[in-house]
Design a protein around this ligand. Structure first.
Ligand code: ATP
Ligand code: MG
Length: 724
């Protein structure tokens, strides 16, 4: 079998072979990034069918995303001796698709309610009905609900200690009722209900009989509910093979527990453990950065990886002054590379921390007409639910009769939007006003205080045209959102409030480039238009296009060339993981208080995220670290310093010494890429050739426009894991 594998170009090493040949009983294959875990899974499926005589339908292979499941099927189909029908019969599934098939088999009819835009629409409606349009962001509420349910908890058990928690719960219970009334279920419901179904021995028994071999990829990120499903299915025969890397646990916010992989042999005593230590993916210098970095984590199984000798280029590093400049550089650089024939577009991935952290790069890609696919595409930054109303108010300030923008101004009034719009239209027919909203102020359905609110809104809208867009945004933020953002009692929602704050900060940063509201709105409309034109391209996975995605989404994937953007303190590691750097006397002002242990855990997860980003690259890795973030100076990410084997300065101490960022003291800002190690000069610019020193020696930072860059947590990451 292994000889025939070699004939099709797959030459497995000793430990890989022993994992593939593993007979029965629990097996953990533990290995760092790029060591062939996923490769082994596919090969084992082939081996079981070809050599062990296992029936294809008795093999269940669980992967993390639909894309991974499809790839797994393709890989199996290309193995020697496997008939196409057999490859199809292997159950290569995501947890969700497995669970859904199970539910359907047992007659569960509910329609799937999984399109995030549709979910947001329902949430928006419920928020409006409860007069909370500006208090919560649908994305954040849904992310919070998901994390809650993935612990196996019910929506009815959500806490209600503070007013905010009670409000959030009311809306979310409304969401559950809405689904129930319409016979719908969302992705989380699918998992919860499947887990519940499996508690019935009459359901479980036949499945245990059927699935003789169960294999799980990316095991380090299974959450409690998913693990429960796997354990139940494997309980009778214990033929459970899991592969994973504890250094790549990056979904704890969604209930993943690193312990699952670290303690696998405790749950399955006598489990075999096979470790793989040859990395076939990355250039040794790229792998070196990743290994050096992740070794700093305390909670991990130690691994020493060797590179198989794949040749690429030295990783390169640049420190643009802000996210706008960063985006411009990256796009220029990659276009040049494609022009020179170094890469094709599809070889290139741009990885960023969160949805809103792609705002600037997205704009550059669209405006420069670069073909790109955005994975897990979220709406254009200016169309998301938190931002859209503010844009609409600015639109109304330019054109009070802008029909599409009007509904946003009705958001906070407890009225049905349609009824409100109908009233306005009706009045307009009798007597058109310059500001159609004025009719609302006389609507008898509104209470006097609401009529007052409408008048205030009109006043606000009138005032916006005279303001610079960034000031206009600050004014609206103050009026619409600030009262909800005050720290108040810590609640289950507090973490998600930070997402909202960061999105708003990003919005302000984006607006700073523009002098007038009109220019800004024109820009955003032009962006949307050009984005729509390219939409069909973005939907097609096969086109020759740059791959734009969050680091979370890139897990398990590999690319010849990776740009990791936003490698600055506050972005990665995310500011929420950096609270130990804040002086004691300022800690009281924080929205979330965390213990030192929690902060340590959060920082380790951020480090793993950086490790995942670095280890996606095969030959070329470019890392950019903007020297400012949302207008404030931002140091080079400590993870880069660590990866380069450098000491991380103590922020608290530095604060006393004066505000020198480590961009000034360590990095050198110029539009050239700094290389590490011997470079072969393929990238643009006069890169330095003396390794770490090049990175460490100081140069002058370019003076750019004010900073921009983002960070967001939750919804976008969450959606990455449930592409079923
Ligand atoms: P990750 O942790 O990122 O999921 P992984 O451990 O699953 O990584 P794979 O994706 O299976 O790693 O493999 C990484 C790369 O190495 C792939 O391009 C794969 O084809 C190649 N590879 C794996 N094993 C071998 C081998 N024995 N010889 C040559 N190439 C290999
Ligand atoms: Mg893998």
């Amino acid at each position: 079998y292994f000889r025939s594998l070699e004939e099709v170009g797959i030459r497995l090493n000793g430990p890989q072979i022993s994992a593939v040949r593993h007979g029965k009983g629990p097996l953990l294959t533990l290995a760092g990034a790029g060591c062939g875990k996923t490769t082994v899974l596919a090969a084992r499926a082939g081996y079981l069918m070809e050599v062990s005589g296992a029936h294809a339908g008795s093999i269940l292979l669980v992967t993390f995303t639909n894309k991974a499941a499809t790839e797994m099927k393709d890989r199996i189909a290309s193995l020697p001796g496997i008939r196409p029908a057999a490859a199809r019969a292997v159950q290569a599934r995501t947890f969700h698709s497995f669970a859904l098939t199970l539910l359907r088999h047992y007659g569960v009819q509910e329609e799937i309610f999984g399109e995030s835009r549709a979910q947001h629409t329902v949430l928006k409606m419920l928020l409006r009905q409860n007069g909370m349009s500006e208090a919560f962001q649908p994305e954040s509420l849904l992310a919070m609900l998901s994390a809650w349910k993935m612990q196996g908890s019910e929506t009815s058990d959500l806490p209600e200690k503070s007013q905010e928690e009670r409000d959030a719960k009311r809306v979310l219970l409304g969401y559950e009722a809405w689904k129930r009334d319409r016979n719908k279920m969302d992705f989380d419901d699918i998992l919860l209900r499947a887990a519940a179904l499996l508690r019935d021995p009459a359901v479980l028994g036949p499945l245990q009989q059927r699935f003789q071999y169960i294999m799980v990829d990316e095991f380090q990120d299974t959450n409690s509910l998913q693990y429960e499903i796997v354990q139940k299915l494997a309980a009778a025969h214990r033929n459970l093979m899991v592969v994973g890397d504890d250094d790549q646990t990056i979904y704890t916010f969604n209930g993943a527990r690193q312990e699952s992989i670290l303690e696998f042999d405790k749950v399955y005593p006598g489990a075999r453990i096979v470790t793989l230590d040859i990395n076939y993916r990355s250039d040794a210098r790229i792998l070196g950065l990743g290994s050096e970095l992740v070794a700093r984590n305390k909670r991990r199984r130690d691994k020493r990886l060797r590179a198989a000798g794949h040749r690429g280029d030295a990783p390169r590093f640049a420190t643009p002054s802000n996210a706008e400049e960063e985006a411009a550089w990256v796009v220029n650089q990659l276009c040049q590379q494609v022009e020179e024939g170094l890469h094709t577009y599809r070889d290139i991935a741009i990885l960023h921390r969160t949805a809103s952290s792609s705002r600037a790069i997205f704009e550059q890609l669209v405006l420069k007409d670069v073909p790109f696919v955005q994975h897990g595409a979220s709406p254009v930054f200016y169309d998301q639910s938190l931002i859209r109303p503010l844009m609409d108010h600015m639109r109304l300030s330019l054109n009070p009769r802008a029909v599409d923008a009007l509904p946003s101004a009705l958001g906070p009034l407890y009225v049905s939007r349609d009824a409100g719009l109908e009233w306005i239209q009706c009045c307009e027919e009798q007597q058109a006003k310059k500001y159609p909203l004025i009719h609302l102020a006389k609507w008898d359905k509104l209470k006097p205080f609401q009529q007052e609110q409408v008048k205030e809104r009109i006043k606000l809208i009138k005032s916006l045209t005279k303001l610079k867009p960034v000031i206009a945004i600050q004014e609206m933020r103050r009026q619409f959102y600030d009262k909800y953002m005050e720290s108040g009692d810590p609640s289950i929602f507090t973490h998600y409030k930070e997402t909202m704050l960061e999105t708003l900060d990003e919005f302000e940063a984006a607006a700073k480039k523009f002098e007038t509201v009109e220019e800004f709105i024109q820009f955003a409309d032009e962006l949307s238009r050009r984005h729509r034109e390219m939409e069909s391209l973005r939907r097609s996975q096969d086109s020759d296009a740059v791959q734009l995605m969050t680091i979370h989404r890139a897990k398990g994937l590999e690319f010849p060339c990776v740009y990791w953007i936003g490698a600055s303190e506050g972005i990665v590691p995310h500011s929420t993981a950096l609270r130990q750097d804040i002086p004691e006397d300022q800690k009281a002002a924080l929205t979330v208080q965390q213990t030192d242990a929690e902060l340590d855990m959060a920082l380790e997860e951020e480090r793993r995220l950086a490790y995942v980003a670095i280890t996606r690259a095969k030959q070329y890795l470019y890392v950019t670290s903007p020297a400012s973030h949302h207008g404030k100076p931002a140091d080079v990410s400590r993870f880069l310093l660590e990866a380069f084997g450098m000491e991380v300065p103590d922020k608290r101490k530095k604060r006393e010494d004066g505000p020198t960022g480590n961009h000034a003291s360590y990095g050198s800002g110029s539009s050239n890429w700094k290389g590490n190690g011997n470079t072969n000069g393929k990238a643009n610019g006069n890169e330095s050739r003396n390794g770490n020193a090049a990175y460490a020696r100081s140069g002058s930072r370019p003076q750019g426009r004010d900073a921009v860059s983002p960070v967001q947590r939750g919804a976008d990451q969450r959606s990455a894991i449930r592409q079923s």
